[in-house]
Design a protein around this ligand. Sequence first.
Ligand code: LLP
Length: 431
Amino acid sequence: MPSTPTFSSHRTDIAGVAVPELARRFGTPSYIYDAGKIAERINDLTQFEVVRFAQKACSNIAILDLIRRQGVLVDAVSAGEIRRAMAAGYSPHPEKHGDPHPIVYTADIFDRESLALVVEQKIHCNCGSPDMIDQLGEAAPGSEITLRINPGFGHGHSQKTNTGGEQSKHGIWHEQLADVLGRADHGGLSVTGLHLHIGSGTDLEHLSQVCGAMERLAREVGRSLTTISAGGGLPVPYRAEQGYVDIDVYYKLWDESRKRLEEAFGHPLTLELEPGRYLVAESGCLVAEIRAIKQMGANTFYVVDAGFNNLARPILYGAYHPMSICAADGSSAAQRPANDVVIGGPLCESGDIFTQEEGGFVSTRRLPAANIGDFLVIEVAGAYGAVMSSNYNSKPFAAEVLIADGKAELIRARQTFEDLIRGERIPNSSA
Ligand code: LLP
């Protein structure tokens, strides 16, 4: 278990590499990941037999490769994510029947491309709607499937990340279980897995309620089950006072449920966990350069070269990210006076503010005084950071860099202008 997190407002390096050196080599804005942090978080979870990374949190193939080499399996929510997993070395299906599936496709629909791909590559599917069951039954009768059930309740760090209850589009409604078991049977599909994921960035109290729901639902499915999945949702601290979830307590709750089910079924069950944020959030920082400092009445704005095109969490959820200032020459800003400042990005939109609360209310952050050319490091940005980037205002995707053993390597080149307009064309008829 990690100890309480500490955040500094005057960081000078990331994983041992000086911030200005990273900026000089890779430019700004750039996402910098610390491989060591990912390994630490994977280590926290060794009690769970199968840890399946929800790659939607950070799907760069270098990160997937790193995670794969540490024995973690992977979840995919689209044909693109299946292809990423395969590009990072995951086999589409287990070598031996009965082994855990290296890749699982978890979604609420099959678009035509993903249905064709899962059938062609024999990818195990976690079905989140009755229609998926029908469609897979037709396309690949004889397959084994997992059912994702919405247990009727959910919880997340924001209403937008709550995936349970009647307002959520996710999963199969719990009262429809008997109906979907009939559909699976009709399609010649065997239900070997059951999966519950109630939301992202939730807490132990809510996560604990899932075990009871799992036990009830699993008994209804019966002995065909070989795997139960607790889903993702494990929170990470974004503020020092938040602390970590007690993984031992969490594991024990699930292990007890699993054991009761094993007794009822008379055979072993594999327990899976499906974290996204927990594995990668703390490994990632977004490094930006301060390009303007302006006073708007009582507010001081530091305007940086990264915006919500690079990190959308503040504008989407009012998410809080720790931040620090590093002087342009790499020296510590610790001795500088502290100011309460607003941090804005370069986009032509008022909401492009990194210090905001849900609802768009601008807030301030206490940071060391800064000068143009200093760096702003936005921390705990490895999960749902780069993957949620956009090209709004024709801004390229940032570079991504992985630091392992003190060595920084580019894992995604910054987009070029040619990348930005690839695929666009001016029709001949306009000539
Ligand atoms: N499994 C399923 C089926 C999911 O839908 C998700 C997240 C996860 C696992 C991983 O959840 P995690 O362990 O990362 O909490 N963009 C939002 C988070 C959206 C999560 C979507 N699904 C954010 O930036 O907070």
